[in-house]
Design a protein around this ligand. Structure first.
Ligand code: BG6
Length: 494
């Protein structure tokens, strides 16, 4: 048997996000967050219209669309059953997020919604009771909608105060239940998808038919506000409980952006893409440094940073305890094509050296070595413990006549990625854990559909909203259980 190097206390498990599975979108005092008005965050048509009387954006859902996330997989009411299924695989950790608008429905209230607080208290305690360490994202594309429509979201400095109130509340309330906290999910997507990913809205728009265009100056102000908020989270968290471990969470498929050729233009372009897709947030979060190329962009777009000396110091001093990230696939940079982008990361020209890709219709390329590369780049740059909090494969699956799904492709995908994680550990990377994305079928973040299934557990719900919501195990369920119980040795079988 080949030797594995996963630590004894390696955090094996899975990850989800409140907005993709809880449902109960307007229950027990909760109000909408930004993703509640989007059928997938990649949408070009968020449910927002300009009201000429109030001169504000407001929610307007499209009755021709199915907002599957509103019911999700009804985790809000079925979490005990679902956590039991996760514990059945031997999960050591389970990642989910707090929907900010369950705690502060509009976002600017002084007092929290006790029903929301209680829900997560019960949830986190149940995780612990079943032996799973909660890994909790403070904001996973879940900025309360009111904060966007009323204040413009993160482009407004007032957000820092609303955020402080929120994090103080949850840190104090859950300090006996949670040790691992993640600040903003994939916040580095701010640059390309500012509204849904980063909770930013232009409330004085030049074009009132277009809520998605955000002027550069607003984006960069949001960036500064988010850097302050992140540092403040680390500071306040450690004041409340010095044993808290507070990490950032970035989408790191873009770290593995390979130059398509050795043409210096491709090499330079790939580096630039890594910077502006990734390191522009990673460096301030982990090193306390705002990179020179960011300041160059500021000069070019005419943005004058609204940051005091104290705030620069805060960013410098309060860097994160660990680095968590998602990795789905690698990409290429070629000067000849314009790179596109979705929840899996950057897409450019097809990489002819990769052996396979996921089946239709999503066809994400599969590059396990890209994960080893990413872990090594992050280690060389930040020298921090790393937690993989998203890696997985979405497939279109239908149970066979025996009600079974034989998801061999999923097993292969995980096995090959874990083999590369094992290599990276030998390279010297300090890997804390592997949380598979979507261990139970949930609503897709990018497209808002159920058809794109990541789970070890199948959920009977479909794109048109029909289905019994019944849960059943796929073939990968018992396999992943063995991966965990063998502390990874299983990946070298077969
Ligand atoms: C990440 C997000 O970008 O990718 C998750 O953090 C998301 O929320 C995951 O679900 C996979 O993307 P998708 O679009 O396939 O759900």
């Amino acid at each position: 048997m080949t030797k594995t190097y996963f630590k004894k206390d390696f955090l094996w498990g899975g990850a989800v996000a409140a907005n993709q599975l809880e449902g109960a979108w307007m229950e027990d005092g909760k109000l909408p967050n930004i993703t509640d008005v989007c059928v997938g965050i990649s949408t070009n048509e968020p449910g927002l219209v300009w009201n000429n009387n109030t001169n504000k954006w407001e929610m307007k859902l499209d009755d021709k669309k199915t907002y599957l996330s509103h019911e999700g997989i009804d985790f809000y009411h079925r979490y005990k059953e679902d956590l039991k299924l996760m514990a059945g695989m031997g999960f050591k950790a389970f990642r989910t997020s707090i929907a900010w608008s369950r705690i502060f429905p509009k976002g600017d209230e002084d007092q929290p919604n006790m029903k929301g607080l209680k829900f997560y208290k019960d949830l986190f305690r149940e995780m612990r009771r079943l032996g799973m360490e909660p890994v909790i994202t403070l904001s996973h594309y879940e900025t309360p909608l009111y904060l966007l429509t009323e204040y413009g979201g993160w482009g407004n400095r007032k957000m820092i105060g609303f955020w402080e109130n929120y994090i103080r509340t949850v840190f104090n309330y859950y300090k006996d239940d949670v040790t691992y906290w993640l600040t903003f999910n994939e916040i580095n997507n701010m640059y390309r998808r500012p509204v849904a990913s980063a909770g930013i809205l232009d409330i004085h728009p030049a074009d009132t038919s277009d809520p998605l265009t955000i002027p550069d100056k607003i984006k960069w102000q949001a960036y500064c506000n988010l850097l302050i908020a992140n540092a403040m989270t680390v500071k306040i968290g450690h004041e409340i409980d010095p044993s808290f471990k507070i990490g950032c969470m970035l989408s790191c498929s873009s770290v593995a952006t390979y130059p398509y050729t050795c043409d210096p233009k491709d090499v330079w372009g790939a580096l630039n893409l890594q910077r502006i897709s990734n390191f522009y947030f990673g460096d301030p979060f982990c090193l306390g440094i705002i990179p020179g190329y960011v300041k160059r962009i500021w000069r070019e777009v005419g943005y004058i940073p609204d940051l005091t000396d104290e705030e620069y110091d805060l960013i410098k001093k309060y860097t994160v305890d660990f680095f968590s990230f998602s990795y789905y696939r690698s990409g290429t940079y070629s000067k000849d094509v314009k790179n596109a982008f979705d929840t899996g990361g950057i897409t450019g020209k097809d990489n002819p050296y990769l052996r396979y890709e996921a089946p239709e219709p999503w066809k994400w390329p599969v590059d396990p070595e890209g994960l080893r590369y990413t872990l090594n780049v992050l280690t060389d740059r930040y020298h921090l413990p790393l937690m993989i909090v998203e890696n997985g494969i979405g497939l279109d699956e239908t149970p066979d006549e025996n009600h079974m799904i034989n998801d061999d492709f999923r097993k292969l995908y995980i096995k090959e990625h874990l083999i590369q994680v094992n290599e990276a550990i030998q390279d010297g990377c300090d890997v804390m854990g592997y949380l598979y994305w979507g261990p139970i079928d949930i609503v897709s973040a990018g497209t808002g559909e159920m058809k794109k299934r990541y789970g070890f557990v199948y959920v009977d719900r479909h794109n048109d909203g029909t289905g019994t919501l019944e849960r059943s195990k796929k073939a990968s369920y018992d396999w992943y259980k063995e991966v965990i119980s063998s502390n990874g040795e299983k990946i070298f079988e077969d």
